[in-house]
Design a protein around this ligand. Structure first.
Ligand SMILES: C[S@@+](CC[C@H](N)C(=O)[O-])C[C@H]1O[C@@H](n2cnc3c(N)ncnc32)[C@H](O)[C@@H]1O
Length: 423
């Protein structure tokens, strides 16, 4: 216990530490961990060969760090792009073979631009009506043709692992903070918009962007580290994991923020529609993310006094928002209960959370989760604090105008909770 307290009192910022594994930079991802944060807890709280779980693995930071530290990393997520990112990061690939395929795809895609009518036909025939409307709104006609020419060449690649690497590179030229080759100005902080101070975005040709990004990602491939073969990522709901009781040695994870503060699907849709997903199915999936705002027919859990009191204070100002927070704490009750079930006795779950502000009231996520854990038989042994680097981590925008300075201060922090399963 003292050791855990000592670990939590260390500087957990890691803002300027160099990224050891180039794979972490394959694709942008909102609110991803600095790899050193995962690594720090993995090295101090587990030994080689043990099973390290991230039940909401996002871009796979914990899973990749566990694998390269000689542990077996297990990741689950429900976001198709998160799963693709992590799968590619975990897959050993031969750099020369990938490079050959990148060049082939780019060259053939350029050549096929000479016959745009074939590509136009594909762009017009491949998507359902709603998906096509979305694509027409967010991508210029020229970009649509260029993306389609790349996609057709990527689909021809036989090796499934190289194909996934290329798909990820394709996605990485669209889903960036600045909206990549799409017409959106910003996919990081705000609702996407097409005009910035009345101006549309400058056109960026997609094929050279793809080549540039592929070159960068190929450099990341060489720093493979010692990846352990059994590490993997799967589709799975953190509230109901396909894992045996008491099978996990360490959990290092960060759940979504309360109240959809970072809307993963809003940004991920931009490339997922190209990769074969219909807008309607993505909208349906979005409603299932932890922290979502749909509260009708929701199965709420009973909560301990602190979350109840925060929810009650918010409900005096905005009942709908209070229900959204009740949903979040209900979901997190199920997640923490799952963590307790799958952890071996005496083992630790590190949960990194930020607080949110609703109608000017701090959701006190750290203290509420600690109390929920205690009520479930998963006591929190301590809470560490880390300062956020907002710009780099694509965090939600500041709420300064409404929040007082104390709350604002808390919004610039994340809380590192250490839950311990009793022996
Ligand atoms: C804060 S992000 C995790 C970031 C991760 N630590 C990283 O370094 O990339 C939270 C993740 O939770 C995922 N998520 C949301 N609801 C989920 C659920 N019910 N089950 C599993 N994952 C879920 C989101 O898709 C998102 O990838």
């Amino acid at each position: 216990m003292e050791r855990l307290t000592a670990l939590l009192s260390k500087d957990l910022g890691f803002h300027d530490a160099p990224v050891s594994n180039g794979r972490h930079n394959f694709h942008s991802f909102p609110a991803k961990f600095p790899p050193q944060l995962s690594r720090f807890f993995i090295e101090n709280l587990s030994v080689p060969g043990e099973l390290v779980l991230d039940p909401m693995s996002g871009s796979g930071t914990t899973v990749v760090e566990a694998a390269s530290a000689g542990r077996v990393g297990l990741g689950f997520d429900i976001d198709p792009l998160a799963l693709l990112i992590t799968k590619v990061k975990l897959t050993p690939l031969d750099t020369a073979s990938v490079e050959r395929q990148v060049n082939k795809v780019a060259q053939e895609a350029e050549l096929s631009l000479m016959h745009p009518s074939r590509l136009e036909k594909e762009v017009n025939g491949r998507f359902d009506e709603k998906t096509k409307q979305f694509i027409d709104y967010w991508f210029s006609e020229q970009t649509q043709i260029e993306l389609m020419s790349l996609l057709i060449q990527i689909e021809k690649v036989k090796d499934p692992d190289i194909k996934d690497f290329l798909k990820l590179t394709f996605s990485a030229i669209i889903v960036t903070k600045s909206g990549g080759v799409s017409l959106a100005w910003d996919l990081g902080h705000t609702r996407p918009h097409r005009l910035n101070q009345g101006k549309p975005k400058k056109y960026k040709p997609a094929i050279p962007e793809f080549e540039k990004r592929a070159t960068k990602n190929l450099m990341g491939l060489t720093s493979n580290g010692e990846m352990v073969e059994r590490s993997r990522v799967r589709f799975g709901n953190a509230e109901n994991l396909p894992l045996q009781d008491e099978s996990i040695d360490l959990i290092v994870t960060s759940p979504p923020y309360a109240s959809n503060a970072i809307d993963y699907m809003r940004a991920h849709k931009f490339s997922l529609v190209w990769l074969g997903n219909e807008v309607d199915s993505l909208t349906e999936l979005r409603s299932k993310y932890i922290g979502g705002d749909k509260v009708t027919d929701f199965d709420f859990e009973s909560l301990p006094p602190l979350p109840e009191s925060v929810i009650s204070n918010i409900s005096k100002l905005d009942n709908q928002k209070a229900l959204v927070l009740r949903r979040y704490y209900s979901e997190m009750t199920r997640v923490l209960n799952e963590m307790r079930r799958v952890l071996r006795p005496g083992k630790v779950a590190i949960v990194v959370v930020g607080s949110s502000v609703m109608r000017g009231i701090d959701t006190e996520t750290d203290r509420c989760l600690a109390e929920i854990g205690r009520a479930l038989g998963l006591p929190c042994a301590g809470i560490g604090v880390r300062l956020l680097d907002r710009d780099r981590r694509m965090m939600p925008t500041s709420t300064k105008s409404r929040a007082d300075s104390q709350i604002e201060n808390r919004m610039h922090r994340e809380f590192v909770l250490a839950f311990v399963k009793p022996n």
